[in-house]
Ligand binder design. Sequence first.
Ligand SMILES: [Zn+2]
Length: 248
Amino acid sequence: MQLQLQTWMEVEAYLRSDRGIILPIGSTEQHGPTGLIGTDAICAEVIAKGVGEAAEALVAPTIAVGMAQHHLGFAGSMTLRPSTLIAVLRDLVGSLARHGFDRFYFVNGHGGNIATVTAAFSEIYAERSLLAAGNAPPIKCRLRNWWQNEAVRQLSREFYGDAEGAHATPSEVAVTQFAYPDAIKSAPLDPPVAPWGEFADAADYRRNFPDGRIGSNPGLASPEAGRRLYEAAVGALTKDYLDWVAAE
Ligand SMILES: [Zn+2]
C-alpha cells in the first residue's frame, strides 16, 4: 500500500489500527558500465513495495538520493552530504510522527547510507530524550539492508560466489533487471571481476576503481536471478517487519 495512492482520510483510518510505515531509501549513483544509476533506489523501492503488500503496511515515497559523495567522479551521480541527509530524515520522521506513526522501518539499498541513517536515528532519539522530557510518545526506527539477511545471502553465494563483490554487484543489478527488463544494459567488463580496495573521496574512488565497480562481476546478472533475490528479500523483510511492529 503506497502512501502516495491514499487519501488523508484513508491514512487516518489506517492509523486507528496500525502504527508502522515502511520507508525505502536508496541512492542515485553510478553502478559500473552495465548498472543503472538508480540501482539502489530501484532495489529499495521494489522490495519495500513488495513488503508493504505482503504485510498490508503503508510504504512512503522513496528517498532516492542518499549519501554517495564517493561516486561523484562519475557522471549522473548525486549526493546529499551526511548532515543534509540527517536533516531530511529528521523532518520526514517528524512529519509522520505528528500523525501517530511510531514505527519507521527503512528498507535500504545503499551501503553508503548506513552510517548516516544510523546517525540520523540517534539525532531523532536524542531530540526526544533531551527536549521532550518523556512526554512525547516513544518512536522507534529500524534500518534493514535488503541484501543482509540469510535468505538473500545464500542465493547470492549460490549464484555468484566471490564475483558478488561490493559495488555494482550482480545481485543488485539482477533485481533491477527483474524490475525493469526493458532497461537491461550490456557493455564490456574488463577485467570481468573488478578490483577490491579502499577509497576516500570521489577522486580517490575513481582512481582506484576506473569503471566504478568494486570486486564484482555484474555481467553474471539475470532477470530470473533477480526475481528469486526479490522474493527472498521480500519474504525475510516482511517477517522482520511484522515481528517488529507487533512487539512493544
Ligand atoms: Zn548499489
